[in-house]
Design a protein around this ligand. Structure first.
Ligand SMILES: C[N+](C)(C)CCCC[C@H](N)C(=O)O
Ligand SMILES: O=C(O)CCC(=O)C(=O)O
Ligand SMILES: [Fe+2]
Length: 412
């Protein structure tokens, strides 16, 4: 929590300075602002180290360098490319505006060189730390098996999915909210599986190939290539950037068992946060290693990924990635002995949550039913099985899935 406390402290000290700085012509101001339909009062003060703005129900604090840096005038910002022209390295780090003016919708600051910046007040609300802190980067519905089942998430079907953007949008909306989504009635081939994934994103080629198809032949040095049960886990936790999405399509299974286990890792992480913030903090602070060492036939690989089990945004504690794979977790040598015990306690609490039967969703994948899993959020596993079972799929690059979602107007 140290970093968060630092943030809060910094904000606290900014707030405690109430008298305005130097010899600015107008240091405190007030104006009735017409903002959309309602009347909003807009109050501002030039504080020592920031500009304080009260507007739209928020008290916001803007650093002066930030304000200069975010000038959207034609000379500072190219609105065609949405890129900054202004050289941030040229801003005086002690810069202060020399003049301040507010009208119904805008704040105007004049800088020492005479340059004037206009900020739309609604834009400031949206882009202030205080405004941002209130909202999640990615709105989600955390689920256990009952919540997911009761939600009756509409499934999408191959034909419509391939031809209709609205159907793709429905699918991506489900995927963003729940971290899993299905496409039904897909032809049971590797080619069709590839076609369906390419509708969503770019395939991420890895040491396992581009499209992969595997069975219990131990062709690779990993338990996935056996008939054994697998406890819930995230894949490629031994990559510096674990794969964003995993796609599974069971092309055939003649035998028993082999159901797929799916668990919302963020639901469990949230339970840990609610019950023990200290444990949550340990899991989000302590970096550990995952490792994949393969020496089998013509496959020789050594992958190492380092990072905490829970990756959170420091300003709102929102989890954005979980790395949890007890098979692939490497020797812990990044943690001092007095922290290790506490880390194991925290890890146990998360494990207990993940393994609660009510949090487990079990599905039998059948030919035709393609499952997309958010590998940064949802853990998967499987029941042991008998007989011939062939699974194909691939990994997708996360940025491109989110890019597709945003291009369809979804928040991602
Ligand atoms: C999916 N596919 C069979 C290609 C690879 C499986 C990788 C399994 C590995 N233990 C991990 O969790 O990353
Ligand atoms: O066989 C399965 O159902 C999944 C195995 C697995 O965890 C994987 O391939 O990543
Ligand atoms: Fe896996």
């Amino acid at each position: 929590m140290a970093l968060l406390q630092m943030f809060l402290k910094l904000r606290g000290s900014a707030q405690s300075v109430t008298r305005a700085w130097g010899c600015a012509p107008a240091m405190v101001g007030s104006k009735r602002c017409q903002h959309t339909a309602r009347q909003d009062t807009c109050n501002w003060q030039l504080l020592d180290d920031c500009f304080e703005l009260r507007y739209g129900g928020l008290v916001m604090h803007f650093n002066y360098v930030w304000l200069r840096d975010h000038c959207r005038s034609a000379s500072c910002f190219n609105s065609k490319t949405n890129q900054r022209n202004l050289d941030t390295g040229s801003i005086d780090l002690d810069i202060r505006p020399t003049k301040t003016r507010v009208d119904e919708e805008n704040l105007f600051l004049t800088w020492p060189d005479g340059h004037i910046t206009r900020y739309n007040l609604a834009w400031l609300v949206k882009n202030s730390y205080e405004g941002q802190k209130l909202s999640a980067i990615q709105p989600r519905i955390l689920w256990n098996s009952e919540i997911y089942t009761n939600a009756k998430v509409p499934s999408v079907s191959w034909e419509k999915f391939m031809s209709c953007d609205e159907e793709l949008k429905t699918f991506l909306n489900n995927f963003l909210l729940y971290g899993i989504a299905f496409v039904e009635d897909v032809p049971a081939t590797i080619d069709a599986t590839e076609t369906v994934t390419k509708r969503v994103s770019i395939i991420r080629e890895t040491i396992y190939g581009r499209m992969w198809s595997f069975t219990s032949d131990f062709s690779r040095g990993d338990t996935a290539y056996t008939k054994l049960a697998l406890d819930c886990h995230t894949d490629t936790s031994y990559f510096q950037e674990p794969c964003g999405i995993q796609v599974f399509h069971c092309l055939r299974h003649e035998g028993t068992g082999g159901r797929t286990l799916i668990v919302d890792g963020f639901y469990s992480a949230n339970k840990v946060l609610e019950r023990s913030p200290e444990n949550f903090e340990l899991l989000s602070r302590v970096p550990i290693k995952h490792e994949f060492i393969e020496n089998l036939g013509n496959h020789s690989n050594h992958m190492i990924g380092i990072g905490p089990v829970l990756n959170v945004y420091p300003w709102n504690n929102e989890v954005y990635m979980i790395r949890y794979n007890n098979y692939d977790r490497a020797v812990i040598n990044t943690v001092p002995h007095n922290v290790v015990q506490r880390w194991y306690v925290a890890h146990r609490q998360l494990t207990d949550e993940l393994r609660k039967p009510e949090n487990e969703l079990w599905v039998k994948l059948k030919p035709g039913k393609v499952l997309f899993i958010d590998n940064w959020r949802v853990l998967h596993g499987r029941e042991s099985f008998t007989g011939l079972r062939q699974l194909c799929g691939c990994y997708l690059t996360r940025d491109d899935v989110l890019n597709t979602a945003r291009s369809l107007g979804l928040q991602a």
